[in-house]
Write a protein that binds this ligand. Structure first.
Ligand code: PLP
Length: 380
């Protein structure tokens, strides 16, 4: 099986699994207990906090562990609306993940206003439109995806932060797809809040992190026992957190250049083998692992089934809800129609893929696409 769907979820790294296993078996303590088992869990928790902080150049006390990025995002969005009723405006982009899209819808249901900043044909956030949307003194939060899960297009976060701060708004960055793929440094790009997800960086599902800069306020969404210094109640998922810590440590040593070279080679093979093939966001800065490609005349739903049968796993429109038949809102925001979206496939590599399997997959994808097109023309 060749797994080319790392933006949906990544295979756990064996080193990560090795690090977490003892915390599922013998080291099962509750980090709030004062006995030896509890203190061991606490030490593991704080080590992981340091490792995750290290990945983004934050201070350990700026990291809150959560159940995943969806919770991290919801925490920030709900907090901002409650905290600043006199600033009713939330600004997002048109290419956000569902966690932000739905958070914005809830913001509106609760009486707030939302502006959605468009992207250009390459999926790149239009800074002039952001500038025009910002209402100084009225904007509570700007929440933007740092790297897009479907196209891999990277947002101009430094400029977004500068514009938002000038208008007195705080910035939340959805950095889920950045972690382990491109460097993240919150001292160089001073976002106020930032969300991360364990399962997108070779740790298991059900663990995530929220960075809250020391400069800005925060109050928890989940209240109760006061864990995470009162900022996220609930007994900590120590095995998951240990895994995320290890994953963060490994992510910072990952060779991103080699990843980009392999992705480019894979992409070139597909482009050369299919007349009219088009890679989305090719003129914008992109993640080194992602290829979103339209193969005209190919039905991506049929391709997904055939490729799966041939041992290649990838996705169509949006990975996080592949069961959905709606065309991708990201491609729509870039100006593509439903027909174009239904011929689009997304391949996302990780460091667990070998060069040989990725290049063999490119040949198999072309072979399968030709086969499917022939079948369709017989039926037509
Ligand atoms: N943001 C982006 C860009 C994502 O790709 C995902 C993935 O599903 C999420 C947020 C949600 O992350 P999680 O699965 O940890 O809730």
């Amino acid at each position: 099986m060749t797994y080319l769907d790392a933006n949906a979820t990544t295979p756990p790294d064996p080193e990560v699994v090795e690090a977490m296993l003892p915390f599922l078996t013998q080291h099962f303590g509750n980090a709030s207990s004062s006995h030896s088992s509890g203190r061991r869990a606490r030490r593991a928790l704080e080590k992981a906090r340091g490792q995750v902080a290290g990945l983004i150049q934050a201070q350990p006390e700026e990291i809150i562990f959560t159940s995943g990025a969806t919770e991290s995002i919801a925490s920030v969005v709900f907090f901002a609306q409650q905290e600043w009723p006199e600033r009713p405006l939330l600004i997002i982009s048109t290419v956000e993940h569902a966690a932000v899209v739905e958070g914005a819808a809830r913001w509106e249901q609760r009486g707030g206003r939302v502006k959605r900043v468009p992207v250009d044909a390459h999926g790149f956030v239009q800074l002039e439109a952001l500038k025009a949307a910002l209402e100084p003194g009225k904007t509570a939060l700007v929440s933007m995806i740092w790297a897009n899960n479907e196209t891999g297009v990277v947002s101009p976060m430094a400029e977004i932060v500068e514009l938002a701060h000038e208008a007195g708004a705080l910035v939340h960055a959805d950095a889920v797809q950045m972690a382990g793929k491109l460097p993240l440094d919150v001292t160089a790009v001073p976002v106020d809040y930032l969300s991360l997800s364990g399962h997108k960086m070779h740790a298991p599902k059900g663990v995530g992190a929220l960075f809250v800069s020391r400069r800005v306020p925060f109050r928890p969404l989940l209240i109760g026992g006061g864990q995470e210094s009162g900022r996220r109640s609930g007994t900590e998922n120590i095995p998951g957190i240990v895994a995320m810590g290890k994953a963060a440590e490994l992510a910072s040593t990952h060779d991103m250049l080699a990843q980009r070279e392999l992705r480019d080679e894979f992409e070139q093979r597909l482009l050369a083998g299919w007349p009219g093939a088009l890679v989305h966001g090719v003129a914008a800065p992109r993640l080194p692992n992602t290829t979103s490609i339209c193969l005209p005349g190919v039905d991506s739903a049929g391709m997904l089934i055939l490729l799966d049968q041939r041992g290649i796993e990838c996705s169509g429109g949006s990975a996080c809800h592949t069961a959905s038949l709606h065309p991708s809102h990201v491609l729509e925001a870039m100006g593509y129609d439903a027909a174009h979206a239904s011929s689009t496939l997304r391949f996302s590599l990780s460091r667990m893929n070998s060069r040989a399997e990725v290049l063999a997959a490119a040949d198999e994808i072309l072979h399968t696409a030709k086969h499917l097109r022939e079948q369709m023309s017989v039926l037509a």
